[in-house]
Design a protein around this ligand. Structure first.
Ligand code: SIN
Ligand code: MN
Length: 228
């Protein structure tokens, strides 16, 4: 239709490849975009992640309020997610008191484009970089620590994966709802908003040694972008 035309033209001139790429609707508002990031984009993102890791406020292992160590290393940008309070803070109060570094522009841009590819729009102000080893995992949870009005509006969570594949579980709004298992590979995007925004999700396991060897990544990086 006439209404759709400008959108198509804009996508075409920007990234022609992405138009032909698959888009798997997992639930209403939840979209898996396999191989969404071209290899060069993944390498650019890796460069940014390594710079963050080498910065003053690098990766740490979050310790939850019940005393349990998470089975993932984390690094937050924009705002810090405090594992003790489950709140966002400008400082890493539960870690080392340092300010959370800003979201690198290259990564912010990727998140906006991924949201758009899934039919959403996002102005991310929080990025959680999760770094999983071979034994890494993340229990089923909801992303519900953002501002209530943002959650209610259905603004999506954008997740990008680089390195080893992971078995991602995606359930429903209730904890006991059935889960779908989706293998997220290096370069995949997964976007969930709208009526899926509060769906439970987690990482059941990492499929060690499955990432692109030329990246030299140990394990899996997941970039989770949110609007606070
Ligand atoms: C998360 O839910 O914060 C991370 C999910 C993932 O690692 O894919
Ligand atoms: Mn999450």
């Amino acid at each position: 239709s006439v209404k759709e035309r400008p959108m198509v033209v804009r996508c075409y001139t920007r990234t022609m490849i992405r138009m032909t790429q698959p888009r798997v609707v997992i639930a209403e508002g939840a979209v898996h975009l396999p191989s969404w990031m071209p290899v060069e984009a993944q390498q650019k993102a890796l460069h940014e992640i390594r710079a963050l890791a080498d910065g003053e406020a690098g990766f740490y292992t979050p310790i939850l309020r019940n005393g349990a160590r998470m089975r993932v290393r984390m690094l937050c940008c924009g705002r810090h997610w405090d594992a003790k309070t489950y709140r966002y803070d400008l400082l890493r109060t539960d870690v080392d008191g340092l300010p959370a570094p800003p979201i690198p522009e290259v990564l912010r841009q990727l998140a906006c484009e991924a949201a758009e590819s899934a039919g959403f729009s996002l102005e991310p102000d929080v990025l959680l970089v999760n770094w999983y080893g071979a034994e890494g995992r993340m229990g089923l949870h909801q992303d519900k620590d953002e501002r209530p009005e943002i959650i209610a509006s259905g603004v999506p969570i954008v997740s990008l994966s680089i390195g080893d594949a992971a078995i991602f579980e995606f359930g429903g709004a209730r904890r006991k709802d059935p889960v779908q298992r989706i293998r997220l590979e290096s370069g995949d995007a997964f976007v969930f908003g709208g009526s899926s925004r509060l769906n439970h999700h987690g990482i059941a396991s990492i499929v060690a040694g499955t990432g692109p060897t030329e990246f030299g990544v140990a394990g899996r990086y997941n970039l989770t972008f949110r609007q606070y």
